[in-house]
Design a protein. Structure first.
Length: 511
């Protein structure tokens, strides 16, 4: 259990230490947040997969990959270079990512949705008992690509990757030495968590339809019913391995985290009760449940008091503990203007180091091309805007496909959004709260006002003129919204540069 009285006393000291020692083990790891929401917990009956991808310093791309037929004998290359047989057909998909090379790939840490409305996202996890990974051929970065290219449903995706893991073995790879992932896989009917230990066992658990479930950089599956075949999948060796090592006694409750993860009292970071993870988990549980839950409670899943909306999920991803005793805009380091993002990342959900944020909406009542929407905000969502990218798009604008780390580029969408957020840090209470956030709220208000009519028009085209006509319409809409958002970001960027200068506020002369 968390000693919350002690925690209250050390929190701001902890934040200060992060600033003083940026080369600590905390900074070296991605600190992502992933959320799964069941269809009975949402206002519109959709399954929702949402995430903040926190990897400071790396831009993001937004890309459409068309489906493809493959020749007999064609091979697929994994991150480590091993080649495996390619499937006959790979599905089309849209994805966002971090732009850095790992193994055979130049883009990594993929979130996305394929043409069957199968969506994926993942958060790094680091605190579990180690197994020998020598000879393992798969890496964590392989998993989302394989799901998007090959899966027809979430369960199908699980069968694909677990079959390959059982055959080839899994190492954490670029996550970190000895690292792994909590991988979320969802479709319009259900959502699953997949939590594999490199070189060892794995477990997959289904999210209840009426619940909201979340993972802040640690495995979250505790006591399970090993006989619940409908909601639980496990590797063949999971129980026997635990018994052989003396970690589990048959006939007693089986706690996956308790059995295979290390002590919560470890001094290094990213176990489930360290401040970085514990505060995010507590905050999500409280926000989604509609109650201020006890901070000692270790909960990765809640039943919401009210049905969750898409904008409600966005609000959670934008949260920096405002209105609580841990409000980051009032923490040491926030400065005279209350900048909650004074560190590249911290204990809040929205962070300066957020590369991209997604809210993926999966709707069974509509054809896949219309039913699947991936709302994407580049950079910190608190000072950015969510744009709806329909599954049916056939391409994304060129500015959304370019951008490199360390190379500012006016022609890159990500760099424009990042610059807006960065400029807010000068005088956050003025620039963010008065200029940027109101502008993005107006932009999003318009999107949510018109999204119903876009759905309706696309469905009409789908029925009367066919799938291709609907996709052309959706592609035009999403691409236009993306360009409008980038143009708005560019205008905001220039406004902030001119208005907040030399620690003064200078309004432009009226025309």
């Amino acid at each position: 259990m968390i000693d919350i009285d002690k925690f209250r006393g050390i929190f701001f000291v902890f934040a200060a230490l992060l600033a003083l020692f940026p080369s600590s083990g905390y900074e070296a790891r991605a600190a992502c947040t992933v959320i799964l929401i069941g269809k009975d917990a949402t206002a519109d009956g959709s399954v929702v997969l949402a995430a903040n991808d926190d990897w400071p310093g790396y831009p993001s791309h937004l890309v459409h990959v068309p489906g493809k037929k493959h020749a007999t004998g064609e091979m697929y290359t994994l991150v480590r270079g091993k080649r495996i047989p390619q499937v006959e057909t790979t599905f089309g998909y849209n994805y966002v990512c971090c732009v850095y090379s790992t193994g055979t790939r130049k883009e990594s840490w993929l979130y996305g949705i394929n043409e069957n409305q199968v969506a994926v996202a993942m958060a790094g996890a680091y605190n579990f008992k180690e197994f020998d990974t020598e000879g393992c051929e798969l890496e964590a970065d392989d998993l989302p690509w394989l799901v998007l290219e090959r899966a027809k449903t979430a369960r199908d995706g699980l069968e694909i990757i677990t079959g390959l893991i059982d055959e080839l073995g899994l190492d954490g790879g670029s996550v970190d030495e000895g690292g792994s992932v909590s991988l979320a896989i969802a479709d319009p009917d259900e959502g699953w968590w997949f939590e594999p230990i490199p070189g060892g066992p794995w477990m997959a658990t289904r999210v209840p339809d009426n619940a909201v479930s979340f993972r802040p950089n640690c495995f979250g599956t505790h006591v399970v019913d090993l006989n619940d075949k409908a909601n639980l999948l496990i590797s063949d060796n999971l129980v026997n391995l635990a018994v052989a090592n003396g970690w589990y006694k048959p006939g007693t409750p089986f706690d996956y985290v308790g059995t295979y993860c290390l002590s919560r009292d470890r001094s290094e970071g990213f176990h489930e009760t360290d401040p970085v993870n514990a505060m995010r988990r507590w905050r999500m549980a409280s926000l989604f449940s509609g109650k201020k839950l006890p901070e000692k409670r270790v909960a990765y899943e809640v039943v919401p008091e009210n049905k969750i909306t898409i904008r409600g999920v966005m609000a959670v991803l934008r949260d920096y503990l405002q209105g609580t005793e841990y409000d980051l805009s009032k923490a040491p380091g926030s400065g005279a203007y209350g900048n909650p993002f004074h560190e590249d990342w911290g204990i809040g959900l929205s962070r300066a180091g957020t590369v991209v944020s997604i809210v993926t909406q999966l709707r069974s009542r509509l054809p896949n091309e219309i039913g699947g929407i991936m709302w994407v905000a580049f950079d910190t969502p608190a000072t950015s805007v969510y744009v709806p990218w329909y599954l049916g798009i056939t391409d994304t604008p060129e500015p959304y496909k370019v951008g490199e780390a360390g190379k500012y580029n006016d022609g890159s969408a990500w760099w424009n959004f990042q610059e807006v957020g960065n400029l807010c840090f000068r005088r956050y209470h003025d620039a963010a709260l008065k200029d940027v956030i109101p502008a993005w709220k107006t932009f999003e208000d318009r999107e949510f006002e018109e999204i119903g009519s876009i759905d309706k028009k696309a469905l009409q085209l789908y029925r009367e003129k066919g799938r291709a006509a609907a996709r052309e319409f959706l592609n035009e809409y999403s691409n236009l919204q993306g360009i409008r958002a980038m143009e708005t970001a560019a205008a905001l960027k220039n406004r902030l540069r001119g208005k907040y200068l030399d620690n003064t506020v200078v309004e432009a002369n009226p025309d």
